[in-house]
Ligand binder design. Structure first.
Ligand code: ZN
Length: 671
């Protein structure tokens, strides 16, 4: 019998034949697919003909159908519907796939052919998109170290290996510090804590073998403890333990590890010909330079700090009213902010939920796409990997656009969070390939299923990513859909969240599950007000972390990370009652791996853009302005990575994004 993962699927819309695939099929199919792909790469690298765009770059762009099919099915079920067999397969596949793809980048014969096409680019008469794909392919090899030879090459391999080890050590030390610390509470220490927290503290105590409840550094305990405990002395002890993670001396101390990581990153960037690691890292981003990142962060810093200082005064008065004199401290902020929130934004989640029915919210997300982009959604009857999954055919003017799959409910076999992925990406080379896109969420089941406000935002967010995949209209798969710069990829998703807040959308779709009544305006105002609460604090702790991250990777690496952190914070005048969101010894985004190193800013960069982009609709006459919708599709949703992100944004907006809309949205704009 043939392995159902390998032959071309002749199913409706070429959707994977899930009901024919068993877990035993994955391992042999992957072996076969990797062999096929290796043969494909070998043929390109060892081709006797002179290198051309067609026989090198387009040959690399030609999908390995077998590998694409195996990986798309495997990663879908491994993430959304795992089991012990699939977990074991994943442990086996991860290093195999990493080795497979890094061997391609390290293939010197292949790189020589890519470089030859790159050197001849002026004379090749390529389209803009082809030039872009050539540039990205060449750059990817160079950045991976393919152009290095001899000693430099050997040193690069050494650095990569050492960095991988240090990243793992950093993570494990952090986990050890979080796991080992706890503080016992007496029964009287529990006064003022909500029931869910008392239960969690008792359960944690039992787990540690203690007689009574304990506070641990698990986020689900420490954060509410700092928020709810009226005992200032206990909050101080707990906060200091939380802040000291990774900096406790001894075997789990991360400070020297962080310094070595920064040094090696800097050396790696130099070997590749960059002035600094930040220059290397930002080259592929929309921001491009450290100065652009700092400019944006500092534009936000001033107003955020002003707001935080004003908030600190209010909170200090509340503290004085409690009979405590002296300065507001970091262990006081969350406690008094929560007291203030209860007074100013009394929002009852239980009252809100009946207005947010899952099915109505799905309808809302579809209807917005119909009004903006003329997309139609028709339920599709097809066997998928789990009975909870639903599918729709997406069409425009009667023509097939994509298949959209929604897998909305939480279950034990699904990893946490929410995500969007393309089981097949849009492409036109070497043949038309219509996308199959899936949104996976973790909403609670119910009759009917009801969402929280955050859930509803998540639904719109992931659907924004799905639109980026489904409306993609490029030739080559490597630049299709969401294959864009990291600081650009959240623009379509975060932008789409804004349509959830459009009053006419809520009036139509946020209707009460029992009465059918629309959500009252007063409730909506509370929801939106609560979303902006304490933004001065949140923005300050975030921007401070982003600025420290950037400073670490610019110029020579600091020998003492704590001293460098201190310098940056004192230069910007960090308010004394607020600390960095992630201090260096536990800044996992930056030190556990390379993902967000000198890239922590990108969350805010995207938020600046989504606020600024939605303002373009408002300025043009409303959320459903058809000209703006067309400009959004033409310049951002259909273009993938076919052009520089900054150029795409300017084509949509007429200028680069400004921070005004974000400041207004966060309630930080000057009155
Ligand atoms: Zn996202």
């Amino acid at each position: 019998m043939t392995n159902p993962l390998l032959p071309r699927w002749d199913t409706q819309f070429q959707i994977a034949p899930f009901d024919a695939i068993s877990d035993d099929d994955f391992a042999p199919a992957l072996e076969q697919a990797l062999a096929t792909h290796n043969a494909q790469i070998k043929a390109i690298a060892e081709n006797a003909q002179a290198p051309t765009f067609a026989n090198v770059i387009e040959a690399l762009e030609t999908p390995c159908r077998e590998l694409d099919q195996v990986l798309s099915v495997f990663f879908t079920v491994a993430g959304a519907d795992s089991n012990p067999a699939r977990e074991a397969l994943q442990r086996d596949f991860s290093p195999k796939l990493a080795a497979h793809f890094s061997a391609i980048t390290a293939n010197k014969a292949l790189f020589a052919r890519v470089a030859a096409v790159w050197d001849a680019r002026e004379n090749l008469d390529l389209s803009d998109e082809q030039q872009r794909v050539l540039m990205l392919t060449h750059r990817g090899f160079v950045r991976g170290g393919a152009a290095l030879t001899g000693e430099a090459d050997a040193r690069m391999q050494e650095i990569k290996g050492r960095l991988a080890t240090l990243g793992t050590d950093f993570t494990q030390n952090l986990l050890a510090d979080e796991r080992d610390w706890f503080m016992s509470l007496s029964e009287s220490d529990l006064e003022g804590l909500p029931d869910f927290l008392i239960d969690a503290a008792r359960a944690a105590g039992a787990e540690k073998g203690e007689d009574g409840p304990v506070v641990t550094l698990s986020r689900s305990i420490i954060t509410p403890f700092l928020q709810f405990s009226p005992r200032r002395d206990l909050r101080e002890v707990a906060f200091n333990a939380w802040a000291a993670r990774g900096a406790n001396g001894g075997e789990t101390d991360n400070r020297d590890i962080a310094a070595e990581i920064l040094q090696l990153r800097q050396e790696r960037a130099k070997l590749l010909g960059y002035d600094s690691f930040a220059d290397y890292k930002l080259e592929t981003e929309m921001a491009k330079t450290p100065d652009a990142v700092r400019g944006l962060l500092m534009d936000v810093w001033g107003p955020a700090k002003t707001q935080a200082e004003a908030d600190a005064e209010v909170l200090t008065k509340m503290m004085v009213a409690d009979g405590i004199n002296g300065d507001l401290q970091p262990w006081d902020w969350r406690y008094y902010a929560d007291k203030r929130r209860k007074v100013e934004h009394d929002l009852d989640e239980a009252e809100l939920k009946p207005y947010l029915q899952l099915d109505r919210m799905i309808e809302a997300s579809f209807t917005c796409a119909t009004r903006l982009f003329d997309l139609k959604f028709k339920p599709l009857d097809v066997a998928l990997y789990h009975p909870d999954c639903r599918a729709w055919e997406v069409t425009r003017k009667g023509k097939h656009v994509a298949v959209f799959i929604g897998d909305y409910f939480a279950r034990g076999s699904k990893r946490s969070g929410a995500w969007c992925s393309a089981m097949r990406s849009q492409a036109k080379f070497p043949e038309i390939q219509a996308p199959v896109v899936i949104n996976v969420c973790n909403f609670a089941k119910g009759e009917p299923a009801l969402l929280s406000w955050d859930d509803a935002r998540t639904l719109f967010h992931e659907f924004g990513h799905a639109l980026h995949q489904m409306l993609s209209n490029v030739s080559y798969e490597s630049i299709s859909g969401t294959s864009v710069a990291r600081d650009f990829v959240e623009l379509p998703s975060q932008l789409y969240e804004h349509w959830l807040e459009v009053p006419e959308v809520l009036a139509e779709f946020a209707t009460h599950a029992d009465t059918g009544a629309a959500m009252p305006q007063e409730m909506l105002d509370k929801v939106l007000g609560a979303a902006n609460f304490d933004m001065g604090f949140q923005t300050v702790e975030y921007v401070a972390s982003a600025l420290v991250d950037l400073a670490f990777h610019e110029g020579a690496a600091p020998a003492d990370v704590m001293a460098k952190q201190e310098t940056v914070l004192s230069e910007i005048g960090m308010p004394q009652a607020i600390t960095m969101r992630h201090a260096s010894p536990h800044f996992a985004h930056v030190f556990s791996g390379d993902g967000y190193s000198s890239g922590y800013y990108s969350y805010m960069w995207s938020e600046v853009m989504d606020a600024d982009a939605f303002a373009a609709f408002e300025e043009a006459g409303g959320a459903f302005d058809s000209e703006r919708a067309k400009a959004l599709e033409d310049n951002i949703l259909s273009t993938g990575g076919s052009q520089d992100a900054g150029e795409l944004y300017v084509a949509f907006r007429g200028r680069l994004p400004g921070v005004e809309a974000l400041l207004k949205g966060r309630g930080l704009a000057a009155e």
